[in-house]
Design a protein. Structure first.
Length: 511
């Protein structure tokens, strides 16, 4: 940790502390949202080789003086200790990053180094656990041969018994066990990522690059759902959007609530004073004032329909009896009489629109689908562009695109179109079915995609370029191996056997 102080000592303490707090808060937010967001693909075989060939010379003082246990995998502790796997990977990553670390990126680099070393250790322990459960044992002679090949015991390219005997017995035993573990891990990884690919398989996959289609589309955004439809919905459901203005006092016991209610009614205590001094909710600082609410909003706080109707019926200034809401007892006062929603008020209309889009979204989607179907009927009798132009719809183009469900990196991606209407549709079966089952030069059925109803118009169908197919054929084996590597890492890092306490330990001891 001395190096960290050296790198920050040139800045004012106050500025440095503010920067550190800000960076830490940002890391905490981003890390907790996704613990693996900073860590890229990690090639475990390379780390294993480096960790054994380049043994660390110096251990951080913190690793010697504290118990740095970052969690466990299947109850096996994930501990950072001098000489163990976690230690060796962390030391190697730190040496690699040393030349690129500066004051500006120090904290980020420190976090990444430790997190990457932690994840590599999780995978390492997980693989050993799987091999143990499978009953696999590395033959002793295989470990002996691998140990004899280490640079520590080589002289002029040959094994040196003298060097071997010069090493401390305990050190030799630790090294022997490390090599045994590395061989077990190597077998596991090579079996998964070293799968052979037949020429027929790679040819079959590369052929999936065709056919490709070019498209046009028009979209009907949900935010174009007209106010007239909103008003019609309010008129059909007026009770949902009645407006009332209530204040409340919340007590944690029925006895206290009834005492407050009695005091208010006999005039020994005002409602406002009781709310400020005795209420236990966050309306207390406003003397209990809840502001104006629509009936649908109050349904979440007052799920009992009978109680809600009683409150909506209170005359201005009237005080309710004590009502039980969950674990609390509440007294309400009506500040105004209930009234219908004012659809000419933009604020109230926005509240109603938000409600419709959240809880009655299908109503808006159905209306947009009707508009899309009218457009489709027109486009079939004339042409796609003219029908769109008459309605003020923007025609947008994308493609060429093959069927690439799930966004496999071997093939062109729908995301490459850059069209907002096609965001996050890679695994949407309705999108792919409409796009590739619709005959050419024919508008598709309407498809709901996110905040839009979309109509596609397939223009043409082509074969993928020969060079692209050959490239996929050559790249497939590497992609398959890389995918297997990512899959088994994900298996261990997201396994229920993993107790991940990395962030708690890191920020407590290492930040």
């Amino acid at each position: 940790m001395a190096s960290k102080q050296k790198k920050t000592s040139g800045r004012p303490a106050e500025t440095r502390d503010k920067d550190d707090d800000s960076t830490m808060a940002d890391f905490a937010r981003r890390f907790k949202a996704n613990p693996f967001v900073f860590v890229g693909t990690f090639f475990i075989l390379i780390i294993i080789v480096i960790a054994f060939v380049f043994l660390p010379a110096i251990a951080p003082e913190i690793g010697r003086s504290m118990d740095l246990t970052f969690g466990s995998y299947n109850r096996i502790p994930i501990t950072y200790a001098e000489g163990n796997y976690f230690f060796r990977v962390q030391q190697n990553l730190a040496r690699q990053a040393q030349s690129s670390m500066d004051e500006a990126n120090y904290q980020f680099a420190l976090f990444r180094i430790w997190r990457e070393a932690f994840e590599a250790t999780v995978v390492h322990i997980g693989i050993l656990d799987e091999m143990k459960n499978a009953g696999y044992t590395v033959p002793d002679d295989a470990v002996d041969r691998a140990m004899a090949m280490l640079p520590d015991f080589q002289v002029n390219g040959a094994f040196s018994p003298t060097r071997f005997r010069q090493m401390d017995n305990n050190r030799r035993m630790v090294l022997w066990r490390q090599i045994r573990d590395s061989i077990a891990v190597d077998y596991y990884v090579s079996d998964l990522s070293g799968l052979r690919v037949s020429p027929g398989e790679s040819s079959f996959i590369s052929a999936m690059a065709s056919p490709q289609r070019n498209f046009e589309l028009v979209s009907f955004p949900i935010n174009t759902y007209p106010d007239s439809e909103i008003v019609a919905y309010v008129q059909a459901n007026p009770d949902m959007f009645r407006v009332t203005h209530l204040s409340r006092i919340t007590a944690t016991s029925e006895r206290e609530a009834r005492l407050i209610n009695t005091n208010i009614r006999n005039g020994t205590e005002t409602f406002e004073d009781a709310a400020r001094n005795r209420s236990s909710d966050f309306f207390a600082e406003n003397a209990g004032d809840m502001g104006s609410r629509m009936a649908f909003e109050l349904q979440f706080e007052i799920p009992d329909a009978q109680v809600l109707e009683e409150l909506m019926s209170l005359e201005r200034g009237a005080i309710s009896e004590v009502k039980r809401l969950g674990d609390n007892w509440v007294i309400f006062r009506a500040e105004d009489r209930v009234r219908p929603a004012d659809t000419s008020n933009p604020i109230e209309m926005n509240m109603i629109r938000d409600y419709v889009f959240t809880y009655e979204r299908g109503r808006a989607e159905d209306w947009l689908i009707e508009q899309a179907e009218e457009f489709i009927a027109d486009a079939r009798t004339r042409d796609f562009s003219s029908a769109a132009e008459d309605r003020g719809l923007l025609v947008r183009a994308f493609g060429p695109l093959p069927v690439n469900f799930g966004n496999v990196v071997l093939f062109p991606s729908v995301a490459a179109s850059g069209l907002s209407e096609l965001s996050n549709v890679e695994s949407n079966e309705f999108f792919w079915r409409a796009a590739f089952s619709t005959p050419l030069n024919t508008p598709s059925v309407p498809v709901v995609l996110g905040a839009n109803v979309v109509v596609f118009y397939p223009l043409e169908e082509i074969e993928a370029a020969e060079d692209d197919v050959e490239l996929i054929d050559m790249f497939y084996s590497y992609w398959l191996s890389s995918s297997a590597d990512q899959d088994f890492r994900s298996f261990f890092l997201n396994n229920e056997k993993l107790d991940d306490r990395f962030w708690d330990v890191f920020q407590h001891f290492l930040w």
